[in-house]
Design a protein around this ligand. Sequence first.
Ligand SMILES: [Ca+2]
Ligand SMILES: [Ca+2]
Ligand SMILES: [Ca+2]
Ligand SMILES: [Ca+2]
Ligand SMILES: [Zn+2]
Length: 476
Amino acid sequence: MKLVRPTLPLMIQTTVLVVLLVLAACQRVAEDDAADAISDAKIIKDTATTVDITKPDVAPDAKADIAKDVAAPPEQCGNDLDDDGDGYIDEANCYPGPNLRVGSEWLDLGVVAIGVGKEKAGMRTFGAALKNEGMVVTAEDVMVRPVGTYPQYVWAEQLISPSGVVDLAAGEWQTSPNRGQVGEAASTLQVGMSPTISVIAGPWKVAFTHAAQIASSWDGQTTAAKLHLGVYARPEIAANQIAYFDLDVFCVGGVPMPCAQLATSPQWQIMADRINAIWKTASIQLGTVTFTDLDGDDGTKYKYIDNVLEGQPQNELFGVYQATAKKRPQSTAATLVLVAGLNDNGLGVAAGLSALGGVPGWPGRRTSGLAVAIDPDKWQIVVDEGPDVSYAGDVWGVVIAHEIGHFLGLWHTDEKAGGQHDTVDDTPPCNLDESIEKTKETCPVQAKYLMFWAPAATSLTLGQAKVARLSPALRP
Ligand SMILES: [Ca+2]
Ligand SMILES: [Ca+2]
Ligand SMILES: [Ca+2]
Ligand SMILES: [Ca+2]
Ligand SMILES: [Zn+2]
């Protein structure tokens, strides 16, 4: 795949349909940028050096007991050594994990060092407990680098179930990168992102690796990385039970209005109703929603999120999530920032970006965040038109519902071009020549999916519902 850096559409569109095209294009650009970077990196397949930890994992409490029994020295942070001999290096919460809600668990797998070069991925074994349904493995590059040095893309390389089924094979990301989030400096792998996979108890094996510097500065070189791995899990939610998705909403720079006002506005109610109506297919609903203003210098700076396709520190998505983290450091929910624009002040009336297979309650990280742009002028028109107008739900409600889909582990059913599609069987791909753009005219069936790159409707299939309900971002 050629590395393309598309320019974003500049026109402000006024119809719902075109608005959605604009937002989806933006989403697609950001996601594909990562995939393009990997393809260009031309990493050699199947050269991963795996360090398999053969002994089955044990729960943290049991680990502590064993450690006491044999009087092993405690794990010490930051020395790159496995001091307590449990197979994990610097795993004693040396690096922060997510905030936990009642019933959720965090298993710290310590760090895996990756040397300079393209050849290494560390494999770790972790235990999935009984009654554990939603599970996501995270990898975060914690290496301290000189100022101006970019972190690298990180992605899941292998996933093997307790019964030996290979859900993700080494090198598979090259043809099917839609098994997890490929991200700059951080990556997630939602176990069960393909509906044929179930989260079963026992030792899972997972390996993460890294590619290259980010797309915009890719120079063919890799640098060393240090990946902090962990597993976030929640208890199962019965099939007949509603699963709730908690959300911390931030009104950035007064967008779309001061948050106290938004919380009680008919427009938010219309948006929330629309989101819930769309997700009803999967028995998923918005849960606890909090509203917090991000004002002052941060509000001014991040009202328009710039350089979303660039590396840190220019990329303001990193900055806005860090700013919101200061406001709600103990949050256990996903972070939704409402801004006036993503990457360009003239970008349509709505646009969105979300983590894929997101982790709730990890303030300050892109893996815990969603961003949605609301054009302030258009918002004002909608407010002036009064509470009977469904526009807010049809536009911004649908955008947020689509981004929630990404957060819950769903990829686009089809991208604008090329052969990539999701791994969900009951969303058949639109098989077109790769040079033909996939639109609601050329792909009339696929365009009806909420997760089509440019959705013309809001359908969710049973397969998609199954994937989404395996997200650990949900709670009973
Ligand atoms: Ca250890
Ligand atoms: Ca150590
Ligand atoms: Ca800005
Ligand atoms: Ca499909
Ligand atoms: Zn999308």
